[in-house]
Ligand binder design. Sequence first.
Ligand SMILES: [Mg+2]
Length: 316
Amino acid sequence: MKLDMQQKDRVAGVLVATAAGDALGAGYEFTYPRPDTVIDMIGGGLGPFAPGEWTDDTSMTLAIAEISASGLPIGYGDGLDAVAAQFVRWYDTRPKDIGNQTAAVLSVRPASAAAMRQRARDIPGRKAGNGSLMRTAPVGIAYLDDADACVAAAAEISALTHNDPQAIEACRLWSYAIRHAVLYGSFDGARLYLEGASTDVAEYWGALLDEAEKAETAAVFDKNGWVVHALQVAWWAITHTDASGPGHLVDALEAAVRAGGDTDTTAAIAGGLLGARWGASAVPERWKQMLHGWPGYRVDGLTELALETATNAVDR
Ligand SMILES: [Mg+2]
């Protein structure tokens, strides 16, 4: 598969806009910005983070991307083990911010994907957090040549830390939508995924997308630490802002942050799909120059890494 220039821009957009959404939302995490609050890359939040610094969402995203960029298939075998090892490597840097479920899994430093998956299974309680959806974007570009492999890898990588069926299904749907947006420049992938899914999945998630599209306010999705509400906030932001041009990317990211709650994560999730649709070129230059975080990339590095992540589809 050969990608044209617009598709390559959209490949880069997946990582650049994930990082931009994350860094934009970081300063507002667990707050509910007032209507007159200016939304910008102010830093702060739980880290506290520097202005333009991304958080755990993007760091884990990049951990996955780096393995795909190395040429390994990330959905099984050695590649999946390598993703698990990257997560542990990141955990060992004592990140400023980490989700509860992810911390519980990584704290025992599982030595393989199988051990990590088992650890995730063994943790009791409610486990449908948004911590695997927030990092699923690179799966959408790792398998541009194979939709089924994309969806399968999204499930396997979610299950490393989040084995709940809702978390897994959300990762499948969003990764598929990102892949579709990169290839075809539309948001149709979310619905197309459901057309090919089982009746149960199609009915459950189709109703959730409907609900997000119809809601007047994102306040109804206020439990957005939960993967379902996190996806709904992202979809609400994307479908409640003017999608007629690339300015949509900024408007929708801001809308996701204004929805409040887990703002860095909902904006990172939205950013993955918005970047896939509108490309890195739609991310404001000022934001691009501010972006930084673990493991040390700046915007040029994110762009290069994205193209390498899509290595099986990019003619280099
Ligand atoms: Mg975060």
